[in-house]
Design a binder for this molecule. Sequence first.
Ligand code: EZ4
Ligand code: CO
Length: 403
Amino acid sequence: MKITDIKVIVASPGRNFVTVKVVTDEGLYGIGDATVNGREKAVVAYLQDHVAPCLIGRDPGRIEDIWQYLYKGAYWRRGPITMAAIAGIDMALWDIKAKAAIMPLYQLLGGRSRERVMVYKHVGGLDIAEVVDGVQALREQGLDAIRAQVSIPGLPPIYGTGPSTDQAAGGMVQALPTEEVWATHKYLPLVPKLFEALRDNVGWDVHLLHDVHHRLTPIEAARLGKDLEPFRLFWLEDAIPAELQDGFRIIRQHTTQPLAVGEIFNTVWDCQQLISEQLIDYIRVTSVHAGGVTGLKKIFDFASIYHVRSACHGPMDVSPVAMGCNIHVDVAIPNFGIQEYSGYTEATHDMFPCAWSYERGYLQPGEAPGHGVDIDEAVAEKYPYAPAYLPVARLEDGTLTSW
Ligand code: EZ4
Ligand code: CO
């Protein structure tokens, strides 16, 4: 079998998605996700100009060799653009191999380790009462794990804290990034009150999660972790920016609150110290941003020997293709933790017919050969790319800050 064509399709059925289609001389093709939210066109150029020409004529079955060729062979290793481009190709190659084997992808990864994949969804609100209502509503829809965020009084609702997080999503529909305001001293005392109210109202039979979005310093995160301990969160996510992996040592010294990080990591090297020193409990890499199925498996296998569990990032900008790959990995690995799942717009589902399914808080990969996700190119044409960015954050005095 030979690769004869590599198409890169950009479309925006609610969110911009970069999708790779690898076509072979035997009629089989595979689909991959290569979306980097807010930097989509950089990956498109990387794939079209620098990856596709090198792969035409190659055997699509040599998945590991092509992964290494694109990783080591580029000389310029790692980084979100390179690793998303590799991911797009890698997912498509696994899709082709599993279609050729007439097996769902998870069978090629060792078969099932579990019967279903637990997900968490998001709830946000302008005040604590609104968040409590939202969490109760999701409980009624069957969710066993829920991420809760609340707006900060005195500050306008911002990304990840306002209502309906994923629809609002800051400046997502803007041609230029919106600028949001952040104040840690107003946030820190509020979060324990939110989780106290949640435990009082929804009880202890539900996993509650919280995302800090990289907004704290290590000692601030340690304080928050201690304050949240009575409410036994499933995890505290992205408590600090993680370029400095050592920072997690300080949080770890002070709290038994489980810690999660990794949605913006691209390779095992971004979390090598975090995992081997057991500074975290959940690693949140996702197929599209961590080098595809191959990259994800390398990281999760490494994590498994240090008691670190998986928790693939799964917002609306991780396309149904990457979600499908995540689900196949989720059912196969021994150290699965949880899967983030935000759901998709109807237009997104029209564009990506898929075999995986969601029901009352749990996902299934489906039994279709391959990863089971396709792209309807005619539908894609109806939703042209429109520039959109994540917001940026500033302190009240105007200083640019992490979020
Ligand atoms: O900010 O997907 O845990 N999920 C998140 C997401 C991310 C966006 C970035 O594109 O934090 O909402
Ligand atoms: Co997050």
